[in-house]
Write a protein that binds this ligand. Structure first.
Ligand code: SAH
Length: 498
């Protein structure tokens, strides 16, 4: 097989990035795997090969020869091009099956769990998988004809699709981006370099981040800029433009032109800020944020607790599903008010505070200093006093504290909720020596979850149950909560890495 070859192929599975996966028979026996862009599960397609590697190839669909049984017309007109929703062409029920299969396949292949299905609780999907996201990040750029563009990156590139609405975002975003696109265009006529050019690393406005508190109606708008501030007078113009945008949103809302959904109601611009990112980097946010008007944070209510959220702090993007996810994590923790608990990778303390209500004491650790500031204030504001937070890398802070005072920092139950790369071995080793009765693992990447479960299994833990949650409908990502239990001493195997 070589580049530009045309092939016919049946799509038998879908990969992490939403690519269709098919297998072509080889003349010498066996099969060759092909990842096909734009093709979905069950499709038979003609495709052109775009890249050939030793054991697999990439191709792009040219023609749909026979659509799969689960192919649907996507709700969004740019779904096929947009990097956000890679699976909108696949029926939602089938997306859920695919995610369940991905988790169980990782657990058996990487996690070495014999029959993972034995421990699986059914995936928790959404009844209405649209308009669920509370956070959006819009790249800003200039198109070929000099027009200001604002929207979404096309899949696997940084070219911007200038799109007005997003089927999975809160409807207020359309009003905000319409107003800002118009304002930025006016600014561009005044200040040539006002829009950032990624290639030249020149210009000011890079991204716009929005976040909506679905329960509180509080809106955050944060401009990410490659500089210290906007030109004189721009702050006021932006505040005015956004006030007007919200007037239009409320008018349409009261006249029934906005579909009902989670978080749809009165919205207030609570926090307008500029985040400073002067680096030549793919990372969206820089380290410091300057408030332009209102507060530096917005509030959201989750599981009965009220949380303040800074622009740099992590907060789950799907509040409807998050309530269910955290409830399961807390249930798996099995607390009786007697336990000491670690919440590792705690963010602004969302899980920590839920645990604290039914634990003796909870420690949280998190790398982002602003998130820990938020977490401390959130605990105090919710009257939670049996928590303590630490700033730093979990894999450095916890081994150090545990070595200093093992009696104080040992936990009966540990909750971990790491980013996609999973837990560092140094952290897992400390976990094993701490030897908590239960470990609740909240994961956004089944491959690293399975890797870490294998490590913990070798150290004497047993997977008892897991449940996938669909936090990211129409994308290939899947969240999963797992419960691991310490085996009795006679059962536990030798700890490999200690
Ligand atoms: N439990 C929280 C946050 C989970 S997201 C919630 O549900 O809201 C993962 C968090 O881990 C992020 O807040 C991220 O900033 C943090 N993080 C990433 N690497 C880390 C590390 N090495 N040590 C501690 N925290 C880390």
């Amino acid at each position: 097989m070589k580049k530009n070859d045309e092939i016919e192929i049946l799509i038998e599975d879908m990969g992490e990035d939403g690519l269709g996966i098919g297998h072509l028979p080889l003349s010498e026996g066996g099969t060759f795997t092909v990842f096909v862009k734009d093709a979905v599960l069950g499709d038979r397609v003609r495709a052109v090969v775009t890249k050939v590697k030793k054991h697999y190839a990439y191709a792009k669909m040219l023609a749909l020869l026979a659509p799969g049984a689960y192919r649907v017309e996507p709700v969004c007109p740019v779904a096929a091009r947009c990097g956000g929703c890679s699976m909108m062409q696949l029926a939602y029920s089938e997306q859920l099956r695919l995610k369940e299969r991905r988790v169980s396949s990782c657990l058996s292949r990487i996690g070495k769990i014999e029959t993972p299905e034995k421990y699986a609780l059914p995936i928790v999907g959404m009844e209405h998988p649209y308009r669920f996201r509370n956070k959006m990040q819009f790249p800003v750029g200039v198109g070929k004809n000099g027009e200001v563009q604002m929207g979404f990156y096309a899949g696997r590139t940084h070219s911007i699709i200038d799109q007005k609405t997003c089927a999975i975002g809160h409807p207020v975003n359309t009003y905000v981006t319409d107003a800002l696109r118009e304002l930025f265009s006016a600014w561009r006529r005044r200040y040539e370099d006002i829009i950032y050019d990624e290639m030249l690393h020149k210009g000011l406005i890079r991204h716009v981040l929005t976040r909506v508190g679905f329960e509180t109606g509080e809106l955050m708008v944060c401009l990410v800029i490659n500089g210290k501030r906007l030109p004189n007078g721009c702050d006021e113009e932006m505040t005015k433009a956004l006030d007007k945008a919200l007037d239009a949103y409320h008018r349409d809302l009261s006249e029934g032109r906005i579909e009902e959904g989670p978080g749809v109601g009165e919205i207030r611009l609570t926090s307008l800020s500029c985040n400073i990112n002067r680096e030549k980097t793919n990372r969206i946010l820089g380290d410091s944020t300057v408030t332009v008007s209102g507060s530096d944070r917005i509030a959201e209510v989750l599981g009965g607790n009220r949380f303040l959220i800074s622009p740099q702090s992590f907060f789950q993007v799907n509040p409807v599903q998050t309530e269910k996810l955290y409830a399961k994590a807390v249930a798996f923790a099995g607390l009786t008010k007697d336990e000491t608990v670690w919440d590792m990778y705690c963010g602004i303390g969302t899980i920590t505070l839920a645990l604290a209500r039914i634990a003796k004491r909870v420690y949280g650790v998190e790398i982002v200093p602003q998130a820990i500031e938020d977490a401390r204030e959130n605990a105090a504001a919710n009257g939670v006093t049996n928590v303590e937070f630490f700033t730093g890398k979990a894999e450095e802070v916890i081994p150090k504290l545990y070595a200093e005072d093992p009696a104080k920092y040992r936990a009966d139950v540990v909750v971990v909720d790491p980013p996609r790369k999973g837990c560092d071995p140094a952290l897992l080793d400390t976990l094993l020596s701490m030897s908590p009765e239960r470990i609740v693992y909240v994961s956004c990447d089944p491959a690293t979850l399975a890797r870490d479960i294998a490590y913990l299994s070798d150290g004497g833990y047993e997977l008892k149950a897991y449940q996938p949650f669909d936090q990211f409908c129409h994308s290939s990502h899947v969240e999963c909560v797992s419960l691991l239990q310490r085996m009795s001493n006679t059962q536990s195997k030798e700890i490999r890495y200690l």
